[in-house]
Ligand binder design. Structure first.
Ligand code: FES
Length: 150
């Protein structure tokens, strides 16, 4: 039996917003220090609103499912609204993740934050944000905090 619930499996099998984007307004590349997996988020921003968002994830099923869901949750939202999305929100939207997979959901949150930072840097004429492979979100969930995963 799968360790994942049906929502997670569906998001993994039919991910949305996958792939690179040409001429994005912001790009965030982050790594998961726990497993070495990597994700990239691409943003297209119009009037401070996320008009389009894409992701590429080199990670596990939970990373792909949470990336897909996170991109769906922030598409059409303002930058400020997108920054409020947490990995906990994404895990909840998916009906929970197995405790040992909670850390995978940080990739999407961190990726969105990095892409927004990159977008803001570009607007100010600063060089692109370098890839971040060590950063861990300040509100990482402890293993075992989410217990209703499939
Ligand atoms: Fe690396 Fe899930 S095991 S992101």
């Amino acid at each position: 039996m799968s360790m994942y619930n049906d929502k997670v499996i569906d998001a993994f099998m039919n991910p949305k917003n996958v792939g690179a984007m040409e001429n994005p307004d912001g790009v965030g590349e982050v790594g998961n220090p726990r497993c070495g997996d990597v994700m990239k988020i691409y943003l297209r921003v119009r009037d401070e609103r996320i008009e389009d968002i894409r992701f590429e994830t080199f990670g596990c099923a939970a990373a792909i499912a949470t990336s897909s869901t996170a991109t769906e949750m922030v598409k059409g939202r303002t930058i400020e609204e997108a920054l409020k999305l947490t990995n906990r929100d994404v895990a909840e939207a998916l009906g929970g993740l197995p405790p040992e997979k909670i850390h995978c959901s940080l990739l999407a949150e961190e990726g969105i934050h990095a892409a927004v930072e990159d977008y803001r840097r570009r607007k100010e004429g600063l060089p692109p944000l370098p890839p971040r492979h060590e950063a861990v979100c300040h509100h990482d969930l402890a293993d075992g905090e989410e217990t209703h995963g499939g």
